[in-house]
Design a protein around this ligand. Structure first.
Ligand code: PMP
Length: 353
């Protein structure tokens, strides 16, 4: 026997590039272009490194308390993790444990099928409609082993109305329904109010986008006490201390500074709305994004060409060589200045066409 026959093999998720070059305009991984709240920087500077001697709090306080207060739920309805990737991965492992397939879109966050594969979970991808909206009726059979909807969806930026999310919940009392709201702070409507009615709903959010803390790795979900209890049982069977002390302190501070959060989100949204006009004028079309990125296709120039042209000018956007979306670029909304540089480079390339 060869040891390699027993390896858990998987084709890993491919994350966007993280170039080390200082001069790059980075519009490829949906980070926020603004710094975290001022209190976060202060706490990070003043962090008492002697405390690193001790393990962090098992209940993830003070972060879990700050989240519970901000979202008006008790702390035993909040679960935090090392980015929402960690939270989603735990959710897949905990709740998707049947022979029935888990359903998610064909064009969505491309980590979902990777988690399903690594945990040997059967899944079925539901094609988005031609306009890139979710095919809601395809989720209503009530036979799924689980459902995951990114809302707003990535990479399209489109969101579905809350009544449509509720139709999915109504039809599926027999499985856990996950709404991945990584981008919801920039538009769309959160499913959080539905938690009062559906004890099989988990709403997942992240600090990586609207709270400018991708580098700290904080994500969370809110659900019924029962769901969070099961999630904790699995998490505590793998690693009790996922969240480090600086993250717990800095994350709590980011949640408390509501004013800075609202201001930052408003700036990104205003730049996004201007980008819609600029890109339209340049010959692009795109779904009407509610997120901090635009998913744009040009009427003449192939996305691959544009991607390479921009990259040569140190402007990084995201491009996938995948069916249905190979002629699109996902462009993260940066600062106004970064976006001006993008428009200038695109104008230059288009003039050469
Ligand atoms: N969900 C979606 C839809 C995303 O686009 C991302 C970002 N790559 C994540 C979850 C994970 O983000 P993070 O782990 O940084 O919270």
């Amino acid at each position: 026997m060869n040891w390699e026959e027993n390896v858990r093999r998987v084709v890993p998720y491919v994350a966007g590039e993280q170039p080390k070059d200082a001069g790059v305009i980075k519009l490829n991984t949906n980070e926020c272009p603004y710094p975290p709240a001022p209190g976060v920087s202060r706490l990070a500077r003043e962090f008492e490194t002697a405390d690193l001697r001790l393990y962090p709090a098992l209940d993830a306080s003070p972060l879990s308390d700050a989240l519970a207060e901000r979202y008006g739920v008790s702390r035993d309805r909040v679960f935090v993790g090392v980015g929402s990737d960690d939270v989603l991965s735990m959710i897949f492992l905990t709740f998707f444990n049947s022979h029935r397939p888990v359903l998610f879109a064909d064009v969505t966050y491309s980590f979902y099928d990777v988690w399903a594969s690594v945990y040997h979970i059967p899944y079925r991808q539901i094609p988005l409609l031609p306009d890139f909206h979710q095919d809601i009726p395809a989720y209503l059979s009530g036979e799924a082993g689980g459902i995951v909807i990114a809302n707003p969806n990535a990479p399209t930026g489109l969101s579905e109305d809350l009544p449509d999310i509720e139709r999915i919940l109504q039809a599926n009392p027999g499985c856990v329904v996950v709404v991945d709201e990584a981008y919801v702070d920039f538009g769309g409507t959160s499913a959080l109010p539905l938690l009062e009615t559906y004890d099989n709903l988990l709403v997942v959010q992240t600090f990586s986008k609207s709270r400018s803390m991708a580098g700290m790795r904080i994500g969370f979900c809110i659900g019924s006490e029962k769901l969070i209890g099961y999630l904790n049982d699995v998490k505590f069977s793998i690693n009790s201390y996922t969240m480090n002390r600086p993250s717990l302190v800095c994350g709590a501070e980011a949640v408390r500074d509501e004013e800075y959060f609202q201001k930052t989100v408003a700036k990104v949204v205003s730049t996004r709305e201007r980008a819609k006009k600029e890109l339209t004028a340049l010959g692009f079309s795109f779904p009407d994004s509610d997120a901090n990125f635009l998913f744009a296709t040009h009427r003449e120039i192939p996305a691959q060409d544009l991607y390479e042209y921009l990259r040569d000018r140190k402007i990084y956007v995201r491009h996938w060589n995948k069916p249905r979306i190979e002629n699109y670029l996902r462009i993260t909304v940066g600062t106004d200045e970064q976006m001006e540089a993008l428009y200038a480079a695109l104008r230059e390339r288009i003039a050469k066409a």
